[in-house]
Design a protein around this ligand. Sequence first.
Ligand SMILES: *Cc1c(COP(=O)(O)O)cnc(C)c1O
Length: 356
Amino acid sequence: MKKHNFNAGPSILAREVIEKTAAAVLDINNSGLSILEISHRSKDFQAVMDETVALFKELLAIPEGYSVLFLGGGASMQFCMIPFNLFEKKAAFLNTGVWANKAMKESKGFGEVIEVASSKDLNYTYVPKDFVIPTDADYFHITTNNTIYGTEILKDIDSPVPLVADMSSDIFSRPIDISKYGLIYGGAQKNLAPAGLCFVIVKDELLGKVSRYIPTMLNYKTHIAEGSMFNTPPVLPIYSAMETLRWLKANGGLKEMEKKNIAKAELLYNTIDNSKMFVGTAVKEDRSRMNVCFVMKPEYAQLEGDFQKFAQAAGMEGIKGHRSVGGFRASIYNAMPIESVQALVDCMNAFEKQNA
Ligand SMILES: *Cc1c(COP(=O)(O)O)cnc(C)c1O
């Protein structure tokens, strides 16, 4: 049976990317060696690193003056690495959920942490709109896509201070205006590559301004100076990232990707909105195109387990909602074809016909 992979992360990758990664594990560039057993400083791997950086810059239209880094430690490592490098006295945060909270928590030891607004009052089902960013903050931190709650900031917001964005789960899902950001980071395992890799896009002029000692491994300058090769980088995820970026480019780049993502999200949200049985959890204007969260209406709540089993039997994988939201979450990242979203929609309609 065909499986439709709605996992939130690690999550779906393009089949082609998995096949090409598998081929490189067996033999990279007809060298007779696996990518797993060659030096990260070899010609073969240096070419992978160079192409991955170049494709990042090309696809995202990254202007001059920014560096692209590939590091270990996942997005969570950045929750402390960012304050080490950018936090002098005060940092501001938009609290839109679990990940924003973790970023805030890790920053607390560095100085004054300001929460400019929070949507905690309604279990993070919306993105706060009316907030003032303090002009004396060292930076303002946002989470553009809230993977757990299914809300997303689709606009590149204007900030009077450097804007720092966790884009773990929506990077490469739409074109962005990089010039509005000071730093963008994320774990690779949602939209880009297997787990174990974190990407950082940082505006060079923001670095070197804090007065503290920064441990070598946590200093962005260390990794910029060494082209992400200060120590051994996560070579296999970087290889997969390169293949994902080649795939993105061959499929029309980010404009085309955004079109497809809009179509997929509309298909699923329209089904939810027209359903007698299901209801979305996020407010409409802040709905995520990447993670679609929905629950059973109260009168059908007892059917939740039944739908879970029904969907599983039809090949739907990973649609169980996060424990802090409940219900269901369909993650429909870049690599998810609209046919799989249609399969889920058919499954929801069939279940509703049987049971409503
Ligand atoms: C998954 C996720 C993280 C955590 O990523 P790790 O690589 O596991 O540390 C952080 N932020 C967001 C928005 C995420 O979706």
